[in-house]
Design a protein around this ligand. Structure first.
Ligand code: BGC
Ligand code: BGC
Length: 854
């Protein structure tokens, strides 16, 4: 509840209801602190039964198939490879059970791949899995993808608000409809399996995956779970269940992903067994009752034990107590984090009860090790048979043995009419309308009269990529422009169309400048896209050290323009200063492709009536300071700025007073994963030169040079004065420039994903003796990669972002959890380069390969 506001009786009642809900949550989740125990008591977990009646005929077919399979066939079924790292021919050869397309894996490596290209790809893998001439059974391959807010990997698809926005709608039927549409668009592109829904219950919004969760409230997650599952898979017990219009759903990530300490991605949930069950597992029983066919195991740990190795929770609780009879899938190389395991070798995960491991790039090694472990008995045959039985059962339930090619599906044959259709987009637009949450509306500024002059400002106004957030065409959702979203509508485009139709004037001005004073301004700003650990934050400050958006709001306000702030975000962040600087404040979450839903609510009709009122309620509690974490309804010391469930409607005449502006923490602009910025080392790092003679010195000022003169550094202008460094090599033998961290950096998680070390540089001349890029992890721990030949093929004299996958350094022997030198550049006489930035990222103009070839 805001600190200083007058409440209408209606609102007082509303908040009472909210606090009762909170009390319920408390009684579910004992306040008892976690005792760190890892003991599991399956009898204390909910007893669930599969909703599918026993099917002896299907079981008999599964057993018959199993009996004809070789050990090799069985192991193949238990492994999932990524399309970037596996060919159809390898699927045929190794009899792999499934493939996935990770966030950055597309047909022909291009994120603008069409439905026809996806179909072709799916067909090629499907055909390969069925090619068999040795008398053993041919088993069709499953194809999974992250369709987490619509079919978000496919260009031109309908993109729904990310789950955080759906949580705000409090509309389970809408969630059901979204599931139906997502399934149809997937089928239209030849894909039969999604890694959704995310049933996480995020309890600390510093977590970069908060937006993938519907709510901090387990009750809401449990209410949505069966709806989204039934939408994706069809209703269990009806002929629609897993028919040609539906796909397999995946409940993820089991369990505790949203409960990690500090909101750290892939971290440790230090909670009691009761909290794990009542808060974090709340969505699973209803999802199982709705017939969900796959459960994905979390990357995270529970009280120090990696979930991918937790037999008690996977086998005793999920499979036995909760009667889950589908596939238990591991997450992206997550098994490699189980003690004693690597990405290529992990009997412990299979023995804990995982049936299929996601081994995107590591599948071949995993296949070989697993085969040997099954043969030696380390992984017992009954365990293998249980896994393969489950996999075959799901494939049969989906009708895969009877279906033709993916492109034969009726929806695939009419893909152009299905994908991004007007009817689908209308549902997404409705979802946008319902998801908006109104936090402030002083003097009843909203709704705006569309016949007036409206200024639309901020870098989010005409920015469809920002509306979408992560998991959109690319893993991180970065590197995209409006041109990548045919058929989509930006927030600006929606406002402008409606204002124009009403006879008013809408003006787009990103920086907020204007010639004629507007009657009101809508400022659209917010978080830039991110996914997973790349979105983890140290606190809930919004873009600390960069007050660009706040200044824009304040400037317009000071000019006497009534200001509506529209905040695009994946989570609540500390906003008190921005809220104070605006007359009305709306949270849009990540609304995705149908930006016009915003205009539907913010603008009144021409005749002054209201078409669509605000509907959304906060799915997460809103913080009073940047350090108010974790902040959850039901906590004993619960004093949020806006309570869980808050959200004004037009009839609520609430005047919000000045909010306190103390963030509770020093706002530091240091961003994680940035090592050199505007030519200078980021906080905690030093720039060091080591000459050919071996002596090193830190660069305290420029110009500087090594004592032997073999390497020199000067300041240079890139976009601003002296915001880059020029490095020149002369003399005999190699010399190096490096960034040295004061305390070692852990980039293990980033290395497991698609993250690169990205250097923004200009090559003016290369040394003929060769160039290497490297990292250092101790005096004898180092990895260097020759890149001279690859650099030679790039244009000289031009600024470029050059990326090299972090994996390259790991594969070359670096310990990525203890980087002491996250960047080294080694060269010899003749080299002349300029560098302005070194950081971790997923977007580059040129991605180098680990090998030395061009
Ligand atoms: C994520 C999962 C996702 C998988 C496949 C993992 O990193 O944690 O949610 O389904 O990748 O892309
Ligand atoms: C993939 C994602 C995956 C992530 C895991 C990325 O390379 O594209 O799908 O979730 O790695 O960290």
């Amino acid at each position: 509840m805001p600190q200083s506001c007058r409440l209408t009786p209606f609102l007082q009642r509303l908040l009472l209801v909210v606090s009762i809900t909170g009390a319920l949550v408390v009684s579910l989740a004992p306040a008892r602190a976690a005792d760190g125990s890892t003991a599991v008591h399956p009898l204390l977990w909910p007893r669930v039964h599969s909703p599918l009646p026993p099917d002896p005929a299907l079981d008999a077919r599964v057993q018959a198939l199993l009996g004809r399979m070789s050990v090799e066939d069985k192991v193949g079924q238990m492994i999932q490879a990524d399309i970037k790292y596996v060919t159809p021919d390898e699927v045929r050869q190794y009899h792999l059970g499934s493939i996935l397309a990770g966030g950055n894996s597309k047909p022909d490596g291009d994120h603008s791949g069409t439905a026809a290209q996806w179909q072709q790809l799916a067909d090629a893998f499907h055909r390969a899995s069925l090619e068999r001439s040795d008398g053993r059974p041919a088993i069709p391959v499953l194809f999974g993808i992250d369709a987490v807010h619509g079919h978000n990997n496919l260009i031109g698809s309908t993109l729904f608000p990310q789950n955080v926005g759906l949580g705000a709608t409090r509309d389970p039927e809408l969630v059901h409809e979204i599931g139906e549409i997502t399934a149809r668009e997937l089928r239209a592109s030849g894909i039969n399996w999604t890694f959704a829904p995310t049933l996480t219950v995020p309890r600390d919004n510093r977590w970069g995956r908060s937006y993938e969760g519907y709510s901090e409230n387990p009750k809401l997650v449990a209410e949505y779970a069966p709806q989204i599952v039934a939408g994706l898979e069809g209703a269990v017990g009806t002929p629609q269940f897993l028919d040609a219009d539906h796909v397999i759903a995946t409940a993820k990530h089991f369990v505790g992903d949203g409960g990690t300490k500090g909101g750290k991605d892939q971290g440790d949930a230090e909670v009691s067994e009761a909290v794990l069950r009542d808060v974090h597992a709340a969505g699973y029983p209803p999802a199982i009752r709705a017939g969900v066919q796959v459960v994905m195991v979390s990357f995270s740990s529970w009280n120090g034990v990696k979930m991918a190795g937790n037999k008690a929770l996977i086998t005793d609780v999920l499979k036995q107590r909760m009667g889950f009879d589908g596939i238990v899938l591991g997450d992206w190389n997550a098994h490699g984090q189980v003690p004693g395991c690597t990405n290529e070798d992990c009997a412990a995960a299979y023995n804990a009860g995982l049936d299929m491991l996601e081994a995107p790039d590591s599948w071949k090694g995993l296949y070989q090790h697993t085969l040997a472990e099954v043969k030696s008995g380390l992984i017992p045959m009954p365990r293998v048979d249980d896994a393969v039985t489950r996999i075959l059962r799901v494939k049969m339930r989906l009708g895969m043995f009877k279906e033709g090619l993916p492109s034969d599906n009726p929806l695939a044959r009419s893909a152009a009419q299905v994908i991004g259709s007007a009817a689908h987009r209308a549902v997404a637009r409705r979802a946008v309308r319902e998801s908006l949450v109104l936090l402030k509306n002083n003097h009843g500024l909203l709704p705006l009269d569309p016949r007036k002059r409206i200024l639309v400002a901020g870098d989010g106004a005409d920015n469809i990529s920002k509306q979408n957030g992560g998991w959109t065409l690319t893993w991180q959702g970065t590197g995209l422009t409006n041109a990548n979203f045919p058929g989509a509508t930006s927030i600006w485009a929606g406002i402008s169309a409606q204002v124009r139709a009403a006879g008013g004037a809408a003006v787009l001005s990103v920086d907020g400048s204007y010639k004629q004073k507007p009657d009101a301004a809508i400022v659209v700003f917010g978080e830039d896209p991110y996914a997973e650990f790349q979105g983890d934050l140290p606190n809930l400050a919004y873009k600390p050290g960069n007050d660009h958006d706040l200044d824009l709001l304040r400037r317009l306000h000071a000019q006497g323009v009534p200001v509506v702030a529209l905040f695009i975000t994946g989570r609540p962040l500390w906003m008190n200063r921005e809220i104070n600087a605006s007359d009305a404040f709306v949270v849009a979450w990540l609304p995705s492709s149908e930006g016009e839903g915003v205009a539907d609510v913010l603008l009144q009709k021409r005749d002054g009536s209201i078409d669509h009122d605000f509907h959304g309620k906060l799915p997460y509690s809103w913080p009073r300071t940047a350090i108010q974490t974790p902040l959850n309804v039901g906590q004993p010391d619960y004093h949020p700025q806006f309570a869980y469930g808050y959200g004004l409607r037009y009839a609520d005449h609430v005047e919000l007073g000045q909010l306190p502006e103390d963030p509770g923490v020093k706002l530091s602009s240091a961003r994680a994963g940035v090592y050199l910025i505007r030519g200078k080392p980021a906080p905690g790092l030093e720039l060091r030169l080591t000459g050919a003679s071996g002596t090193s010195a830190n660069v305290l000022a420029t110009p500087a040079a090594t004592a032997d003169g073999s390497l020199s550094v000067d300041a240079l202008d890139y976009k601003a004065q002296e915001d880059a460094r020029r490095l020149r090599w002369s003399g005999n033998g190699p010399a190096q420039v490096e960034l040295v961290a004061k305390s070692p950096l852990d980039v293990e998680r980033q290395t497991n994903g698609d993250v690169m070390l990205v250097t923004t540089l200009r090559v003016d001349a290369l040394s003929s003796a060769g160039t290497e890029i490297g990292v250092g992890c101790g005096s004898r721990c180092e990895a260097r990669i020759p890149i001279g030949a690859q650099l030679a093929a790039l244009p000289h004299g031009q600024w470029l972002r050059v990326g090299i996958p972090l994996k390259c350094f790991r594969d070359a022997g670096a310990n990525m959890s203890k980087l002491e030198r996250p960047f080294e550049w080694i060269s010899s006489a003749g080299e002349d380069i300029a560098v302005t930035e070194v950081s971790l990222g997923t977007v580059a103009d040129k991605t180098l390969s680990c090998g030395s070839g061009p």
